[in-house]
Design a protein around this ligand. Structure first.
Ligand code: AMP
Ligand code: MG
Length: 347
């Protein structure tokens, strides 16, 4: 299949391009498009065949459910059996935005979209391109991240093209994604809301609205996560990744030592540093992922820096950990998985 690439204005996409893209969705095809989190690989969520195509294009395991994207609050009522009051509060506060709600699915949602589950994950994205595509298509759009399963999620059209050229009908290029990590997945089917995947909306923000919010214990290494997608190898560049966590000075010292050792062994080493530390390293290829005082800069660049190291031919990436507050929780969840839990914790 020939993959078409069309540039669109991220703030104000031209209606002709959106019409063309929506035509593909309506015909059961695949369109990759920008959201405020990462690029999504979209298909008609209510069309069983179309949803299957997503799994094939991504090599995604079939028990890993897809998030359904909508553009109007009322559409949620059609996709789920009941909209509980806490869901309504969350929608008011965080939609459109990077929060996905897991609720009991209604009959219209096919099992191919939910990976065989009786629940469905729904979100309303904030990106103008995503919203206008859903609206013009006239159907909810199932869209996981637009990468080959296991690779870092794509945050720009080039990253999508690298993974999915020849596998999707169209890529809408709307520039770089702002949030850079995926949505927070929140399970509302139990008594207490549970974060199945940390993401763009922070635990602290959710607690302001809901009071108590738990983290799925399955998110820890070696545990069985409740969200199917969390159990797979994920976000991994070709290079080996090691994360060094702890106080900043200790991190810099340890990473410098390791980088030197690996370089002497003839390895091409990449250091994922931050704005505050990049100047302290003398060995290896150093890239700053962002500013520790502005975590959105870090989440926004995380995946693209991992992919950049791959393009540079780096064999070993050593990354600084950041505190797990606010967006840091989502960043560290992705980074630890990218490292296959290859972590050094310093005091
Ligand atoms: P992706 O869109 O590729 O970022 O992946 C979607 C994430 O949402 C995966 O981690 C899925 O396991 C999770 N997810 C989607 N639907 C459900 C559901 N019904 N229950 C639990 N987790 C879900
Ligand atoms: Mg994904």
């Amino acid at each position: 299949m020939q993959t078409k690439l069309i540039k669109v204005n991220p703030e104000n996409p031209d209606p002709e391009s959106i019409k063309f893209a929506a035509g593909i969705i309506k015909a059961g095809g695949l369109v990759a498009f920008p959201t405020e989190t990462v690029y999504g690989l979209g298909a008609n969520a209510l069309d069983e065949e179309a949803a299957f195509k997503i799994y094939r294009a991504k090599n995604r395991p079939q028990d890993n459910p897809l998030i359904v994207h909508i553009c109007r609050y009322e559409e949620l009522g059609k996709l789920v059996n009941k909209v509980p009051s806490n869901a309504q509060k969350l929608m008011k506060r965080f939609w459109p935005g990077p929060l996905t709600l897991v609720l009991e699915k209604s009959e219209v949602v096919p099992y191919s979209t939910t990976g065989g589950l009786d629940t469905v994950a729904v979100r309303m994205p904030k990106h103008p391109v995503a919203l206008s595509l859903i609206k013009e298509s006239g159907v909810p759009i199932a869209a996981p991240s637009a990468n080959i399963s296991g690779r870092p999620s794509p945050t720009n059209a080039q990253d999508v093209y690298e993974d999915l050229a020849g596998r999707v009908d169209l890529i809408l290029d709307g520039g770089h994604c702002q949030v850079g990590v995926e949505s927070t997945v929140l399970d509302l089917t139990g008594e207490v809301p549970v974060i199945l995947r940390p993401g763009g909306v922070t635990r602290e923000e959710l607690e302001e609205v809901l009071g108590r919010v738990e983290l799925d214990p399955g998110l820890a290494e070696g545990q069985k996560p409740k969200s199917p997608g969390q159990k797979y190898r994920h976000y991994s560049p070709k290079a080996r990744v090691l994360v060094v966590e702890g106080p900043i000075e200790a991190q810099v010292k340890k990473i410098s030592e390791l980088a030197e050792k690996l370089t002497v062994q003839g390895k091409k080493v990449g250091i994922m540093a931050t704005a505050q530390t990049r100047g302290f390293y003398n060995t290896g290829y150093v890239l700053s992922v962002g500013d520790r005082n502005a975590p959105l800069t870090i989440s926004s660049n995380l995946f693209s820096v991992l992919r950049k190291f791959d393009r540079m031919g780096v064999e070993e990436i050593i990354a600084e950990g950041i505190p797990e507050t606010g967006l840091g929780l989502a960043v560290m969840n992705r980074l630890r998985k990218a490292a296959g839990y290859n972590i050094i914790k310093l005091e």
